[in-house]
Ligand binder design. Structure first.
Ligand code: GDP
Length: 445
């Protein structure tokens, strides 16, 4: 099928050492012929695939000096012919090269169009494409790892293996359906049950990794709570090691919610300091209400900061709000008091940066857990979680009905389970699902 040449800047649009502008389609080399002057003797049309050539890139109104490489389809990212120009980075340079490519007949690629073509041409599965975008968007090591698991088709392989087993079960059920007056043969019943049980257990194991996978992908949400002036902003500052939060001596100074993120052992922790949600005339109750709305529900962990030099009933009112949630009580200002508190999990000084690593360790243990193998495989996409859940429900229904329902009914549930799993790799995904996924990509990927 003819495939129009599409082009885009594939690296970030900013001042940088080098940039990559690429073209994919039926004949990108014919465009390169008109805008690349090789330094060596080989003409562009005779370029050997996968080899870098040095030369002049003739852009729109100027030239740059760089590299050109030709990938011959189907051995390319998209499965089509691809030409890449490696130019110097910078917005004017890259835009000028792209503009030239477009005037020579290519069309500007839409979001994720290169990857969509790769998917359409069978170069990668839908879940692999999702892993790729997760990796690109990730700001933490754990997020990259979670994406890589998908990108390298490890989930697809697991799912394909389970689908094959389901196909075998279907074949067995269908074979017996040829004798409609009979029930499933005894031997078949047992083997169908064994296989379904195996598949269901595998799906359960995958589902159980989802919560952690989400955490590793999106990071841990930590809400910092505490009455005014306990040192919440100072503590956030100290943790971020960065002067982002505003520190003030006046209790209850209205401030915006201050946010920031840190990395603990490769996992991202996203903080919000709720100091700003309190007006100066707020009552404790009102503060409590605001907490329930804003922070209590949205945080994976609540960090209650108590001023060790000024403990009051207000601290306890807040403690009552957080104590049944995942929480840490940090007694702050230990540089000026040796106050001990039964509710405390850790004693810190934001000012002197004391015991912050203990606090970080505690935050990690209370959310990720001390014994989690971060190199393990985790389900991190809601779409996959939903599909596996649906598949499991159908197969579980089939499993419990093997002895009692007719074969055609059984076969419908099993087939539905197979279809739900197929959505993950894209074998049974609808056009809408596919389009939604590629919309999330940037242009140039
Ligand atoms: P917030 O209202 O809870 O955000 O509190 P701030 O971070 O604005 O701090 C209130 C005051 O307490 C400021 O004057 C800080 O310098 C001071 N403070 C914060 N942490 C400490 C600490 O660990 N030790 C001491 N001595 N003072 C602190």
């Amino acid at each position: 099928m003819a495939s129009e040449n599409i082009a885009a800047i594939s690296t970030a649009l900013s001042a940088s050492g080098v940039a990559v502008i690429r073209i994919s389609g039926d004949n990108p080399l014919s465009i390169a012929e008109k805008m690349f002057l090789p330094t060596g003797k080989t003409l562009v049309k005779d370029f050997e695939p996968y080899k870098m050539y040095v030369g002049e890139i003739l852009a729109d109104g100027f030239s740059d000096f760089g590299l050109c490489v030709y990938f011959k389809g189907p051995k390319s990212f998209t499965g089509e012919d691809i030409v890449e120009f490696h130019s110097h980075g910078g917005t004017a340079i890259t835009k000028g090269i792209l503009k030239k490519i477009l005037t020579l007949g290519a069309r500007l690629a839409t979001n994720g169009e290169f990857t969509k073509r790769a998917f359409m041409n069978g170069k990668l599965s839908l879940s692999s494409a999702e892993g790729l975008i997760d990796m690109i968007n990730s700001e933490s090591v754990s997020g990259v790892k979670a994406g890589y698991y998908l990108y390298r088709e490890k989930l697809t392989q697991e799912i394909n293996d389970l689908q094959e087993r389901i196909t075998d079960v279907l074949a067995e059920v269908d074979a017996d359906m040829d004798f409609p007056e009979e029930d499933l043969e005894k031997a078949s019943t047992e083997s169908v049950k064994t296989t379904l049980k195996y598949v269901i257990e595998k799906l359960d194991a995958l589902l159980s990794t989802y919560r952690m996978g989400r955490t590793l992908k999106s990071g841990v949400q930590v809400g910092i709570v505490g009455k005014p002036n306990t040192g919440k902003s100072s503590l956030l500052n100290a943790l971020l090691n960065y002067d982002k939060a505003i520190v003030s001596d006046i209790a209850g100074t209205t401030r915006d919610v201050v946010e920031g993120s840190i990395d603990i052992d490769g996992v991202r922790f996203n903080f919000s300091d709720t100091a700003g949600i309190r007006n100066s005339d707020d009552k404790v109750e009102e503060l409590g209400v605001q907490l329930s709305e804003r922070v209590l529900e949205q945080s994976d962990l609540l960090l209650l900061v108590i001023d060790g030099a000024n403990v009051t009933a207000e601290d306890d009112a807040l403690y009552q709000r957080v104590k049944d949630k995942n929480h840490i009580v940090a007694v702050n200002k230990i540089d000026k008091t040796d106050y001990k508190d039964d509710r405390a999990d850790v004693y810190v000084s934001a000012l002197k940066k004391e015991n912050l690593s203990e606090l970080k360790t505690l935050m990690f243990e209370k959310t990720v857990g001390a014994n989690v193998d971060l190199n393990g495989d985790f389900l991190c996409e809601e779409r996959h979680f939903d599909a596996i859940n649906r598949a499991k429900e159908k197969l579980a229904a089939a499993f419990s009905a093997v002895d009692s329902v007719t074969l055609d009914v059984l076969s419908i549930d099993i087939k539905d389970g197979w279809d739900a799993l197929g959505e993950i790799s894209g074998r049974t995904a609808t056009e809408d699902i596919i389009n939604d996924i590629f919309k999330k990509f940037c242009v140039g990927k």
